[in-house]
Write a protein that binds this ligand. Structure first.
Ligand code: BG6
Ligand code: MG
Length: 223
């Protein structure tokens, strides 16, 4: 079957807000005296804010924290993270991402976002894509974040497409698992590509156009 839609993760795929997540969690971890490096940060990709905090607190040597204290820490990280987001402009949409989105749309593909983030609407607005996608499923409309497939299934349903017709694009291993569990093919970039988590492990978002082309050619009916 040819792909009829592409569902993009947001942080670390459409723009580099994954770096801001890293910087904000690192600041909080440093304050708590928790060891935090980029390898550990990769485990936070794709998972919810509270699950990320839970993973950090597994390394916390201090006294047990009450729910209200944990909520305050998650809020502290989010406030720091949102300070970075508010500094973003359309110049933070990488040119190769914009040209890839335009090329996919020109080929008639439906385009969606499938992100665990509750900040997705703000990010899309900051980078000039608030009205671009045919569907946006994000952390505000799901009960379970990646690796649960809910957000991708929701995006596909919003598009009116079956999972088999959609290609998911991810930078997180948790997101690749979510895609596979939902019955999607997955193209990975960044850390998930380096981990070999995708059906396609790509150097760049631009390579998605090649994946789509190869599918279109190899899946032609045989005569
Ligand atoms: C995902 C990120 O896109 O969103 C995770 O990869 C993040 O790192 C998650 O924890 C939730 O984001 P937010 O913006 O709602 O805290
Ligand atoms: Mg991501």
């Amino acid at each position: 079957m040819r792909y009829r839609a592409v569902i993009f993760d947001l942080d670390g795929v459409v723009c580099y807000t994954d770096e801001y997540h890293y910087l904000a969690w690192k600041a909080l971890a440093d304050k708590l005296g928790v060891p935090f490096d980029r390898a550990f940060n990769d485990r936070l990709r794709g998972v919810s804010r509270r699950e990320s905090l839970r993973l950090i607190l597994e390394r916390y040597a201090g006294p047990a924290l009450y729910e209200a204290q944990q909520a305050a820490l998650a809020e502290e990280k989010n406030a720091l993270y949102r300070r970075y987001l508010h500094q973003m402009t359309p110049a933070d949409l990488p040119a190769e991402v914009k040209s890839t989105l335009d090329a996919l749309r020109a080929r008639g593909l439906k385009l969606a976002i499938g992100s665990s983030s509750k900040n997705a609407p703000l990010i899309l607005e900051r980078i000039g894509l608030a009205d671009f996608f045919d569907a946006v499923a994000d952390g505000n409309c799901i009960a379970r974040s990646k690796p649960d497939p809910e957000v991708f299934l929701k995006a596909a349903a919003m598009l009116g497409e079956a999972p088999e017709s959609c290609l998911v694009v991810e930078d997180a291993v948790s997101g690749a698992h979510a895609g596979h569990d939902g019955g999607f093919q997955v193209a990975c970039v960044g850390s998930a590509a380096r981990a070999g988590a995708g059906d396609y492990n790509l150097e760049s978002v631009m390579d998605i156009c090649n994946v789509i082309s190869v599918q279109a050619v190899t899946l032609q009916p045989k005569f």
